[in-house]
Design a protein around this ligand. Structure first.
Ligand code: GLN
Ligand code: ZN
Length: 763
């Protein structure tokens, strides 16, 4: 009873072995064979870690991205890489990164660099995939070699393999038709290739294939629903059994569709979608497997096992052999192994579970279902003790924070006067020229800065010396900005390692892991801080630095903070209260910082909300609810200030069409956005909405080492002025400059300031 399985395992390695192996290889410091052998040993280790499961995922490993792997399996490579004569793996990296290791010398005759494939977020996770490219002529051709190789390795290791592939409808849906042709028209060509793939796996003795169709948790129009019917009816007589896997949310209105597809089993997310399950079960034919994702694959908390059993035991009675259990989604989105953590506070550690621990939980659940809870009494008791300890811990519960939250009222989020009146006052007090110039916050994080920080962390540099080193950097930034002639200065963020971690480290209610890495894309990983308790701010976090910076100049100094929504969206968050509650707590804490900055004489304050858009739910019907609390959180943070304090916000993108009303609702006096690469067309959203406040559309692409020319900046700003009245325009880069060199920043900003002068003179 109760087959247990897993949908995918983190591939990066407990100590990020894959990251380092990839980067070595790309730098030309290791051979392809070495890289491949590290891949194989990671797979081997990860399968061993899953050996207690009845079915183990195979094919979830990818050197860069599982979607790109699928594109290779389907023979869908962009035309620009067709002429490559080298090793397939190098061509794979060319699509991923625009170049292969050593390709410049090895393949000088056949290929230079190519445009990298576009990257975008995998549903609502922080994982980014390489977008499949299509056009009306796209054809497909099976290359099952990667999957077969991994399957053979797994078999040799005695693994009970369940190959994992991305389903055809999701594959088409997450790709992009470069010529705007109808992607769905390709389904007809795609299905025979999938069939061949599935038959090939069947011929290898595979019994089950997990076919991932996460778009089933999103709103689908009829053509996409039909595509599901067409596809899965096409697979009807295939010899392997298909487990149709859905995750990241609820099926809702897609339940009937899912239940009607002729597959052998269905996996559903029982964390987000528990309410779906009773009605899904009622709809499903009685011979189908139901796999319930009962362990959260998106967070790092221990599962409350007894509560899960209370819910699943009756289902197990009802379903018998038909019930499978698993994590809700692939464990790609959680770190590998909690046992690696040596420095994490032991109390907090006792509340957590990473991938390996989640699989242990699965095993306990299965044993309890098969043999009764008594068979795993010790494990269940220990789990219950941890759950209770977390629930009741004074470190999680701060009555003062809860009381403050109880007193939230609409007034907190409202400025004293409307924008027009504030703008008039700010124009007198700040006395800025037309087309004021500023930057987004960070200046280059030089080797000296990084070294000082790491010595300070290691204890070899004392606090006074560290502070002096950072003050020298701040002074340097201020002097450079004065020399450049910028109008609103920043302190440069030298003291910050990361815009979220810096605040998390100073807030009560946050913990940090050493190895809690999660793959973001390719070799890039992030280590989200862990928001575990009620959030409070024991003392000011930025005031001393900004005050110091302001003391060095008579120009206005812009205080620099990260907003509550971004801190929330880039953290592992609590599962014991709604996200909105955690966000309001963050808002109240950062509001205090805003007010303290104002009290210290800082009258321009920027609150970055780089990740606001990222938090949008997968279903449009749920956007409003999110946007309401996200915007209100920002307003609570920002809007307690006097009229003559100017609030800025910054967002690293420019797709505002569908959220422009909410952005306007935030009511920041100035918003800076990323527009330099879009030729200002993306300002149309603001124009069409008659966005009322000031805007700084980025004119300097900070992702590129290129120096924008004065003429180019003038030209971009003129385009901006066709859409937004010049009185409300600022001149600034797309984003912070921390990843650039001073040698690039100085000429770029020189041109930017010169361009502003040209614009002012109206030439
Ligand atoms: N103030 C931050 C910086 O300049 C903003 C970074 C971001 O938006 N990602 O680096
Ligand atoms: Zn940015």
């Amino acid at each position: 009873m109760a087959t247990i399985h897993n949908l995918g395992f983190p591939r990066i390695g407990a100590k990020r072995e894959l990251k380092f192996a990839l980067e070595f290889y790309w730098k030309g410091e290791s051979s392809r064979e070495e890289l491949k052998s590290i891949g194989a040993s990671l797979r081997q280790r990860h399968w061993a870690a899953q050996s207690s499961l009845d079915l183990v995922p195979v094919g979830d490993f990818a050197f860069y991205d599982q979607v790109l792997d699928m594109s290779f399996t389907l023979g869908n490579l962009p035309e620009r890489v067709w002429d490559f004569h080298g090793d397939q793996l190098d061509n794979y990296f060319r699509v991923a990164r625009g170049r292969s290791a050593k390709s410049a010398e090895e393949h000088a005759s056949c290929c230079g660099g190519v445009a990298a494939g576009e990257m975008t977020k995998w549903f609502d996770t922080n994982y980014h995939y390489i977008v499949p490219e299509f056009n009306a002529d796209t054809t497909f051709k099976l290359d099952a070699s990667r999957l077969l190789e991994q399957l053979a390795e797994a078999k040799a290791q005695g693994v009970k393999a369940k190959p994992v592939i991305i389903g055809p409808v999701t594959y088409l849906s997450i790709g992009k038709a470069k010529d705007d042709s109808d992607k769905l028209a390709l389904l007809e060509r795609l299905l025979p290739v999938y069939t061949e793939l599935l038959e090939t796996l069947a011929a290898q003795g595979v019994e089950w294939v997990q076919i991932d169709e996460p778009i089933l948790v999103t709103e689908l129009d009829d053509t996409w629903k039909d595509a599901f019917e067409t596809a899965y009816t096409y697979f009807k007589s295939i010899k392997v059994k298909l487990l149709l896997a859905t995750y990241f949310g609820q099926l809702l209105e897609n339940r009937e569709l899912v239940a009607s597809l002729p597959v052998a089993g269905v996996h559903v997310d029982a964390i987000n979608g528990r309410d779906d399950i009773a009605s899904l079960l009622a709809l499903l034919p009685a011979d189908k497997i139901v796999s319930l994702g009962v362990i959260n694959g998106r967070n790092i908390w221990k599962t409350d096992l007894n509560t899960v059993l209370d819910w699943v035991e009756p289902l197990a009675q009802q379903l018998g052999e038909r019930l499978w259990i698993a994590p809700s989604c692939s464990l790609l989105h959680v770190p590998v192994d909690l046992d690696s953590e040596q420095r994490l506070d032991t109390e907090i550690k006792s509340w957590l579970a990473f991938a390996i621990q989640k699989l242990d939980e699965l095993k306990v659940l299965a044993t309890a279902l098969r043999n009764g809870r008594a068979a795993v009494k010790a494990e269940l008791d220990a789990n219950q003790a941890a759950i209770n300890a977390r629930r009741n811990s004074p470190r999680v519960n701060n009555p003062a924070v809860k009381a403050a939250l109880g007193e939230l009222d609409a007034k907190l989020g409202k400025r004293k006067s409307p924008y027009a009146q504030r703008a008039a006052k700010q124009s007198v007090s700040l006395n800025l020229p037309k087309y004021p110039t500023t930057t987004i916050g960070s200046f280059p994080q030089t080797a000296d800065i990084r070294q000082a920080r790491s010595y300070f962390k290691a204890g070899t540099l004392d606090e006074a010396a560290y502070k002096a080193a950072m003050q020298r950097e701040i002074e340097r930034s201020v002097r450079e900005q004065e020399a450049l002639g910028l109008d609103v200065l920043v302190h440069g963020e030298a003291e910050r390692n990361d815009m979220v971690e810096y605040f998390g480290e100073q807030l009560e209610g946050y913990a940090f892991s050493q190895f809690g890495w999660v793959q973001s894309y390719g070799s890039r990983c992030v280590k989200p801080p862990i928001l575990f308790g009620d959030i409070s701010r024991p003392q000011p976090m930025t005031v001393e630095w900004i005050k110091y910076a302001q003391s060095l100049t008579s120009k206005p100094m812009k205080g620099m903070l990260t907003g509550p929504v971004t801190i929330l969206n880039w953290s592992f968050v609590r599962d014991d209260q709604p996200r909105s509650v955690s966000c309001y707590q963050l808002a109240l804490a950062i509001r205090q910082e805003v007010l303290d900055l104002e009290k210290a004489g800082v009258h321009v304050i920027q609150i970055d909300e780089a990740a606001l858009r990222e938090g949008l739910p997968l279903r449009k019907s749920q956007w409003k609810e999110y946007l309401d609390w996200a915007v209100e959180s920002f307003r609570i943070t920002a809007n307690g200030v006097e009229d003559d304090t100017q609030i800025h916000t910054h967002m690293c993108y420019s797709e505002f069409n569908d959220i422009i009303a909410s952005i306007a609702d935030m009511d920041a006096d100035v918003i800076t956005i990323e527009t330099s690469r879009s030729d200002m067309e993306l300002l149309d959203a603001f124009d069409n909405f008659n966005y009322p406040n000031e805007i700084g559309p980025g004119v300097y692409d900070i992702h590129s080492p290129n120096i924008p020319s004065e003429e180019h900046i003038v030209q971009l700003m003129r385009k901006a002025a066709e859409r937004i009245p010049a009185e409300r325009l600022w001149v600034n880069p797309d984003c912070g400059l921390k990843t650039r060199q001073w040698a690039e920043v100085i000429p770029a900003l020189t041109n930017m300031v010169a361009a502003a002068k040209v614009l002012r003179s109206g030439q």
